[in-house]
Write a protein that binds this ligand. Structure first.
Ligand code: PLP
Length: 405
């Protein structure tokens, strides 16, 4: 592509809406868990595009699926169905509790569909009074107006005028706080099995089971937002499978496309029947390119070998982080599961996650934060041991830099 202007970070400030503040470097290509910027500087990727690049960059199975579909058919809209969407839906249904799938383009859209479905199901079955949605403080469900409202962070939902009503927030991992809010007017409880953006906080098993029981007692739907935890990231295809607690609706995105935008909502026949023709939709939902890539993602990840590899990689990550901590004493604990881990900063470094994240970038490592106190790692599920160990050496150098500054 020829241009008569410089494509650099300064151009971002010139032409982009200022809702993001991207780093100063611009990556141009990636392979596996390595990424190179415009100056050919190489980075090890422990961020995975925020838990998205589930098979790393340019995985051959995904490149092949995309190229093959690119030569066949790109788009139809939902006036017609298409083969990749049907194949992907069948594979998701066969692999989970669900009978039916709705395709969207992102996590927020999958959740928007889930919340609308829960409301419509409750209206149809019980009447107008059954509207209340209970979710949790610190939860994150996306940036549409309904999803920020259900999310538990006022900083994301305030300042845009009147919010959708009948949404209340309980304390995560505190069943009594849910009991204090729930009634027969509750239509759904929405929860992340591991709170991602909120700080990599795993739900306690008895908490999720308690939510399941409360939903059953009050004829409410249990919605699991597995946008961040889904598609093998915790060592099972979906995190609910670790807990043995089955939701009524599950949302998935991020890792599902391995970098190609797609989201999906999964549910049972009985609940799905309430999204009748015309009640909801999206031009791009079920797009053939996206579904072809996601099918390759599911085929590749949903195997005993790859899921076992996720847990082996977790062990290596934990051992390396423990070693870093032995040297520099910066964490109180490492939380999370599989390739979704959060190193929690101790009292001395509380509030300084961003300093570690920036130092990591200086040393050629892409990491993430989850709030001010947690350094988050969400790399490719199939990252090699060599990349983990080399990335951890860079991380140790970054930690040393912050600690000794
Ligand atoms: C749990 C959870 N739900 C929903 C979303 C929103 O997904 P998207 O950014 O694809 O809309 C995110 C994104 O971080 C998430 O972590």
């Amino acid at each position: 592509m020829t241009t008569n202007f410089a494509v650099n970070r300064a151009l971002f400030d010139e032409v982009m809406v200022p809702n993001y503040a991207p780093a100063s470097v611009i990556p141009v290509r990636g392979q596996g868990s390595r990424v190179w910027d415009q100056n050919e500087r190489e980075y090890i990727d422990f961020a995975g595009g925020i838990a998205v690049s589930s098979l790393g960059h340019c995985h051959p199975a995904l490149v092949n699926a995309l190229k093959q579909q690119a030569d066949k058919l790109w788009h139809l809209s939902n006036v017609l169905t298409n083969e990749p969407a049907l194949r992907l839906a069948k594979k998701l249904v066969d692999a989970t509790f669900a009978d039916k799938v709705y395709f969207a383009n992102s996590g927020a859209e999958a959740n928007e569909a889930a919340f609308k479905l829960a409301r419509r199901w409750a209206l149809d079955k019980f009447g107008e009074q059954k509207q209340q949605i209970i979710s949790f403080s610190k939860s994150f469900h996306g940036r549409t107006f309904f999803t920020v409202t259900v999310g538990g962070q006022a900083s994301y939902s305030d300042g845009f005028g009147p919010k959708p009503g009948a949404v209340q927030h309980a304390e995560f991992n505190n069943l009594d706080s849910v009991k204090a809010l729930i009634s027969n007017n509750t239509c759904a409880i929405v929860v992340e099995p591991i709170q991602g953006e909120g700080g990599i906080i795993p739900a306690q098993p008895e908490f999720l089971q308690g939510l399941r029981d409360l939903c059953d007692q009050h004829n409410a739907l249990l919605v699991f937002d597995e946008v961040q935890t889904g598609v093998g990231r915790t060592g099972k295809l979906y995190a609910y499978m670790n807990y043995g607690v089955t939701p009524d609706i599950l949302t998935t995105a991020k890792s599902l496309g391995g970098g190609f935008p797609i989201g999906a909502m999964l549910t049972s026949n009985a609940i799905a029947s309430h999204l009748k023709v015309g009640t909801h939709g999206s031009t791009y939902g079920g797009n053939p390119l996206a579904c072809a890539v996601a099918e390759a993602v599911i085929d590749t990840i949903n195997t005993p070998d790859i899921l076992a590899e996720v847990l082996r990689n977790e062990q290596i990550f934990r051992e390396c982080l423990q070693e870093v901590n032995r040297q520099y004493q910066v964490f109180t604990e490492v939380r999370g599961q599989g390739m979704l881990l959060g190193a929690v900063l101790n009292e001395k470094y509380r509030g300084r996650a961003r300093d570690f994240f920036l130092a990591a970038a200086d040393h050629g490592l892409m990491a993430l934060v989850a709030g001010p106190d947690v350094i988050r790692f969400a790399p490719s599920l199939v990252i090699t041991e060599q990349d983990i160990r080399e990335g951890m050496q860079r991380f140790a150098a970054a930690v040393k830099q912050v600690v000794e500054a």
